[in-house]
Design a protein around this ligand. Structure first.
Ligand SMILES: Cc1cc2nc3c(=O)[nH]c(=O)nc-3n(C[C@H](O)[C@H](O)[C@H](O)COP(=O)(O)OP(=O)(O)OC[C@H]3O[C@@H](n4cnc5c(N)ncnc54)[C@H](O)[C@@H]3O)c2cc1C
Ligand SMILES: *[C@@H]1O[C@H](CO)[C@@H](O)[C@H](O)[C@H]1NC(C)=O
Ligand SMILES: *[C@@H]1O[C@H](CO)[C@@H](O)[C@H](O)[C@H]1NC(C)=O
Ligand SMILES: *[C@@H]1O[C@H](CO)[C@@H](O)[C@H](O)[C@H]1NC(C)=O
Length: 412
């Protein structure tokens, strides 16, 4: 059973605290989504407060990704509203460059999140028509209640790690077990036999990085996976997909074209144990939210045998792992590239807009709640959400400000 690690909090020392009335919306999260909404509000002169549990902006990128990470998609698909990447950035900016861009973005729009403020609950008070958002300060444990008309949820689809339970992993296996979000580089794994659990983009890239550091990775492919070349004849595969969709081609036709192109560039990957799902890559993304892997060199290491493909895990024992086919493998370490989940269900006490898994079915709810970055469409999807949300709040704000001014004029 996959287990989504949800944050916990202690009710005893909870609410001793201060109460802050926020003029404008409260935004939860200072990642790309929260920053983009902040920028849009700033442009319209709407005040806001951003609450961020970490001590910096974009903490997913700064603290929970590995050193060699580059954007998976070409830069034009990863921009936030109103500001393009600098000319000198490469087609696929590095993690450091992306962070630099976000830092500049926050400065440009004078966005100053309240750091170390972790949202524990958010409740809509029907009678006053207000949101009550409680936080705990990570550095001194104090709590604050923020009260506002609007709540913008921008805490991310990848807020927490998913850690599956395996027989023997905790009790018997004595090697190092790390989640991909704690993995920085393969340096400390040099010479080690490493089992990478999971074959999404993270698993594939971690396995490649391990190769570059002279480790011996084996990667678990439990069922099936769509691997596409990052580029086809020098053109981004993602961009090709986007273009074809724009011509109103049915999704299954686009999938057929992408798979043909993948076959042409990568060959028959099923020969290496990478079975393709029966559903096409875009269809699978649309229905299950499962992102296809964009290959940046892992496949050639699989072909040469430097990365071994292994089947699903049955159990771990001291010094190794047994697979469902009964084969055993000695390993030193395990890296769990088993994905991420939303933490919204743990703190949002309101059924509308968000599903039980913490994903949003749209960008706007009835009670002044908004979702940004929950449509499984990466940074470009988050940017689109952010523009809509900022405009929607801005419109209401301006109307009310005008009304207030008219009131004052009649009074004085
Ligand atoms: C390894 C990796 C590579 C990726 N590469 C790409 C790519 O190339 N292109 C692309 O489009 N997308 C990529 N993505 C997807 C990426 O997550 C998003 O595009 C982007 O970071 C989403 O921004 P966000 O602001 O919605 O969420 P996040 O970046 O996760 O930011 C959310 C913020 O909310 C804070 N937060 C969470 N819970 C709380 C709480 N309860 N209280 C207060 N604060 C809270 C978090 O600390 C975090 O700072 C990648 C994801 C991963 C994991
Ligand atoms: C996250 O990374 C930034 C930049 O390196 C650093 O300033 C910050 O202290 C880190 N935060 C945590 C919680 O590790
Ligand atoms: C959190 O606590 C620290 C230490 O007391 C304090 O400096 C900081 O201002 C607090 N943060 C907020 C947003 O209140
Ligand atoms: C596992 O290895 C990583 C990277 O070398 C290290 O940061 C981490 O502390 C180790 N964990 C354990 C439990 O030994």
């Amino acid at each position: 059973m996959a287990h989504c690690e949800q944050p916990t909090f202690e009710p005893e020392n909870f609410f001793s605290g201060r109460c802050i009335l926020v003029n404008g919306p409260v935004i939860v999260g200072a990642g790309p989504s929260g920053l983009a909404v902040g920028a849009g509000l700033r442009q319209q002169g709407v005040p806001f407060v951003i609450l961020e549990r970490a001590n910096c902006i974009a903490s997913l990128w700064q603290n929970r990704t590995y050193d060699r990470l580059k954007l998976h998609l070409p830069k034009q698909f990863c921009q936030l509203p109103h500001v393009t990447f600098p000319q000198n950035f490469p087609k696929y900016p590095s993690k450091g460059q992306f962070i630099e861009y976000l830092e500049t973005y926050a400065r440009m729009f004078d966005i100053n999140p309240r750091f170390d403020e972790s949202v524990q609950t958010a409740k809509y008070d029907q009678t006053c028509g207000l949101w009550r958002v409680k936080t705990v300060n990570g550095s001194d444990g104090s709590s604050v209640e923020y009260i506002s008309r609007w709540l913008v949820v921008a805490s991310g689809e990848n807020a927490e790690k998913v850690v599956p339970e395996f027989e023997g992993l905790k009790e018997l296996f004595n090697g190092n077990v790390t989640h991909a979000c704690e993995y920085k580089s393969g340096e400390s794994y040099s010479g080690k036999r490493v089992l990478v659990v999971g074959c999404g983009n993270s698993g594939m890239e971690v396995a490649l990085d391990l190769c570059h550091h002279d480790a011996a990775p084996s990667m678990v492919v439990r069922s099936s996976v769509h691997v596409l070349p990052r580029e086809i004849l020098g053109k981004s595969t993602f961009e090709l997909g986007v273009r074809l969709m724009k011509w109103n081609m049915p999704i299954w036709v686009v999938d057929k074209i992408l798979l043909l192109a993948a076959r042409f560039v990568l060959g028959n990957i099923e020969r290496y144990g990478l079975k393709r799902p029966s559903v096409g890559p875009l269809q699978l993304k649309k229905t299950k939210g499962k992102t296809p892997v964009l290959d940046i060199g892992t496949l050639s290491k699989i072909k040469t045998g430097e990365i071994k493909i292994v089947p699903a895990i049955r159990r771990f024992f001291n010094g190794g792992v047994e697979f469902i086919n009964g084969e055993k493998l000695e390993i030193d370490s395990v890296i769990l590239a088993t994905g991420y989940c939303s933490n919204v269900p743990s703190w949002l006490k309101e059924g509308e807009l968000f599903s039980e898994e913490g994903f949003a079915d749209g960008w706007k709810g009835k009670s002044g709640i908004y979702a940004v970055g929950f449509s499984r469409r990466g940074i470009s999807g988050a940017s689109e959400d952010a523009i809509r949300v900022a405009q929607d709040i801005g419109k209401i704000w301006q109307k009310e400000t005008r009304q207030k001014n008219q009131c004052f004029m009649t009074i004085f």
